[in-house]
Design a protein around this ligand. Sequence first.
Ligand code: SF4
Length: 259
Amino acid sequence: MDESPQATITVEFTVGIGDGHFNASATVPAGQTNLTQILPVLQSLDSSFIDGVAAQYADAGLHVSCKAGCGACCRQMVPLSIFEAEALAGWIRTLPEPHQQELARRFDQSLRKLASAGLIDRMVTEDWLAETESARKLALDYLYQRVPCPFLEDESCSIHPIRPLICREYLVTSPPEHCADPAKLGVEPVRMPLNFSRVLVRMGAEVEHDRRGWIPLLFLFAWMESGARPGEAVAGEGPQVLYEFVKRLSLAETPEAKK
Ligand code: SF4
């Protein structure tokens, strides 16, 4: 078996944002890969873009208040693109059995709490990402159940390096404690002029033929049982797979930051 490292290639690209640009470079496999496999590249690009946006806010005197040890926003529902679900599922399968069982227990416990509050059916049928009154109400009903994300440990994200894009993109400049009750206390989200997470969701919907392209993060263990491999539907040589993402990023609208 050839165990030599896979050859890579560095690609430079520019995405227009209003009157400005996002200039970036990314190193991807030169050979065959797929969208799920290059997620670390997209995570790195998203994080550097977000850092740039946060720096612009700081220049304007607005400072991001999110910090380690504040998990207030980690009790919201997290829409997880199916590509990120595939990657997280793969990561979970590499964990020692006791760790997997502990995670499964936490997911189950959270789902039971939401089920007893009558939210599971609404979670399945509601279009969470639509800007509708019923979606907003469901988001609040979910938040008020105070169900922590199963990956939250000591109020910090235990999967921080591989956390979903939407978690990276949710930053606020308002006091952190406001995130516990945004409807009453109000939060000031950082507006992301490019929204990587939404592009992944849209690509998921393309792969699923107009289904949603994402799952609630809490459904991850159930989704894993399907054995789905959505990344394989967006496969090719590294630069081509990256191009498919960047092309859609360039064409995407720029919605308000929302987790
Ligand atoms: S994945 Fe991490 S950052 Fe995202 S909600 Fe869960 S604990 Fe919070």
